[in-house]
Design a protein around this ligand. Sequence first.
Ligand SMILES: *Cc1c(COP(=O)(O)O)cnc(C)c1O
Length: 469
Amino acid sequence: MPTLDPTDWSNLRTLGHQMMDDMIDHLANLRHIPVWQKMPDPIRDSFKKPLPTTPTDPTTLYQSFTETIQPYVTGNTHPRFMGWVHGGGNPISMLAELLAGAMNANCGGRDHSGIAVERQVIAWAAEMLGMPPSTGGVLLTGSSMANFVALLCARRQALGADVRQHGIATAQLTAYAAASAHRCIPGAMDMAGIGSNALRLIPTGADHRIDIAKLQAAISEDIVAGKQPFLIIGTAGSVDVGAIDDLTALADIAATTKTWFHVDGAFGALAALSPRIKPRLAGLERADSIAFDFHKWAQVTYDAGCVLIRDPGIALATFAQKTSYLAGAKRGLAGGEPWPCDLGPDLSRGFRALKIWMTLSAYGSDALSTIVDQTCALARHLEYIINNSNSLELAAPVGLNIVCFRPHNLSDAQIESLVADLQESGEFAPSTTIIDGRLAIRAAIVNHRTTQADIDAFAAAVLERAKAG
Ligand SMILES: *Cc1c(COP(=O)(O)O)cnc(C)c1O
């Protein structure tokens, strides 16, 4: 068998059409399937097999996919999925993934359409978030990587070119973020060799935003102690409650202390698309770098993270590595630098940009703006139900699309089991979080498919189970 392609394509074509029909039916009928189902142990065990050394008929494989894989995924496409901050995806993005798979383009570099499309996506991202047209950036798996890449740029800016050969050596870098910052922020400090202890976690106020006075005090203390503050991280949409730090104040402090100003806007940065919310993101446009995801509020299929770097020269200075076999050329396929591989850590990379480009083009940014407003309105509707209920209470203010609340009469353990019961019933998938030391139910309303009827049914289901429990 000289190739993996079939000699006769007709069977594959028939199977491909079947898959396409089934997947479109699946998306069209999401409401009729459970949000989530636990994978039964026998099915989980059925995957444990020796490496297949001989072929299996693709039709048989597809049958097995529909029985053992498809029913047991996370369920974030479903309108009643409200756990964590997961995007719902969209059908155009699904189709784009098929097209990208057929071309199998390596978007690390070289002179081809994949690079042009990614550059346009980065330009649109900069425009959506109010950054200048000269902004650079690169697509990555998600905001965990985007925050890490931005942190490496800040480290390069603070320590100069030397850091690439010598590491941070004896430098005593310190970074600052709200105590509620996403766990990938200390993770990035760790991976960058600076260490998570060098991240000062600044307390938040009653509004869940970073306490500016405490931040200033921490920076001053560190300077007195001989440390080198290099990075201030603001959060636009905190992962627990959706709080937005005072980005203007952070930009001002970064300017006075000559530190890098980064914003983790994993989901919240795209609230800039909503004219109603945009004023609350003032200062975002002053960031040196922004991390955000297209796979959350922008509904692109996983994975689709993005980092924007105001001065792309710093990203180049942080990542570009010229070796003879990769050297760019003036013409031919090796032309057209700089390439995405010069602006981030990945060399080989898939055509993530296509599904983003097709999503933005097919729907338009106005549709995404409407989804941002609509999901926030649903969060306010849930807040209203909670405020008008005798047995529910809010655990945190509702700033964006996340509602944290708890039934009065339930202990943490009971709340935990209520949420697990709801998930296992297949009816709803909220998650939990800890607010002020106590467990809360967390509904993150991200999915464009979620309606007010879904929110009403969710609140009713919680109330019913809280009474029973
Ligand atoms: C989701 C999220 C992250 C992590 O992003 P991934 O895409 O999951 O890697 C970081 N910060 C915040 C605020 C988030 O909501």
